[in-house]
Ligand binder design. Sequence first.
Ligand code: GDP
Ligand code: MG
Length: 444
Amino acid sequence: MFNFLTQQISGLFATLTGKNKLTNDNIDTVLISIKDSLLQADVPYQVVEQLVEEIRAEVIGKKVLGALNPGEQFIKIFHDRLKEFLGGSASFSSFQIPSVIMVMGLQGSGKTTTVAKLAHYVKALAIKKGKERRILVGSVDFYRPAAINQLEILANQVGIDFYRPQSINPIQAASMICSKWQSGGYDYLFLDTAGRMHIDNEMLQELREIDTNLAPKYKLLILDAMTGQESLKVAEAFEQAVGFNGAILTKMDSDALGGAALAFRYMLKKPIYFTGIGEKIADLEQFYPERIANKLIGMGDLQTLMEKAEEKLKISEQTDTISSFKSGKLSLDDFAKQLDMLGKMGSMSNLMQYMPGFSNAKVTPEMLEKGDLEVKRFKAMIASMTPKERKLPQILDGSRKLRVAKGAGVKVQEVNYLLQKFEQSAQFVKLFKKQGNFKNMFKF
Ligand code: GDP
Ligand code: MG
């Protein structure tokens, strides 16, 4: 998700973290690069202009130029702006009980899949809390023959109830599904609706009528992140015709540039609740502006990583990693432990993006294969260092590096590459600590 932008921006900031001085000149250069990256990532022009001007005004207002650690201050300003831009601290809490949740969107945007993902999400969340939710799903998509069967199959996979009404008139059918929901004592009804290839009035009219009859508590717009700026027009049309509470961006796992998704919240002033990150029912992530901002500037997304870790690792393994992040200091030992932790959690390549300093790594299919190999090499190199070298990597001079390389069976360049990655990671850990991002993060 946002790979292109993350790569551009975090690459830029990796060079900034080390800078002692920022001048008017290099601020301009940095702002121009940011502008280019955002435009290339498909963020609309007017949005880019405004964001960059806001950053410039704040940088100048705060007298960042010539200040202590100006690079870090600049990154913080950019990060905070980006976070605001993406929705500030707003995030989804839960659907009220009871409620009807209607999903809308173009054909192929991911409505049916998302209904199943949402049902799975609320069900799993309830189970975690020792509770149970009674969930019903139904569809009024009579335009594509297989659409309703698809939902039935997915409902079976999730283990929730599916209802097929007798009528094939969408308005009537919606009311029948709703009656079933009411009489069945369900907590939630997720209602799947029909889409078209393009916005058309008949579809919008149909949705308006269903909306009037059912008065769903939540109307969610499903937007395909791959459609780029076109998705903003779609959102505007739905907003005018039917209205909606918030959006879910699907196919964020694709190599879509993601810029339009960034602009969605800014243009529509509506929250993004979730993102779809794959085809499976578990591939849904809650959308947190802060986390996306962290990721974009290369600080990784430790919160999500830790949540994934919580499910898969022993507490002792997590605590080791957390303590290094909390202290703001990172040794090569900690670094090796983190790599180890990632290794235990599954495919390296998928998890790397969450790590500080690594989120700018280009994730190509070849890299996905190489990811695990690289980590093995990193670990071998760290293992052939002395305890002192692991604590104080700066003492690694030419001859020590050669020894380490020989011990690990790699070339000296690879030792340098490891140290470079380590250094980047260490700088972001330091920055992370400074920003006090840990306040609400870990609850052990
Ligand atoms: P609908 O026409 O709006 O109901 O769309 P569907 O739910 O049938 O999805 C259309 C296609 O997109 C299907 O092949 C889904 O598997 C796929 N899809 C949906 N959401 C995602 C996602 O988040 N990531 C990926 N990679 N594919 C998705
Ligand atoms: Mg569908």
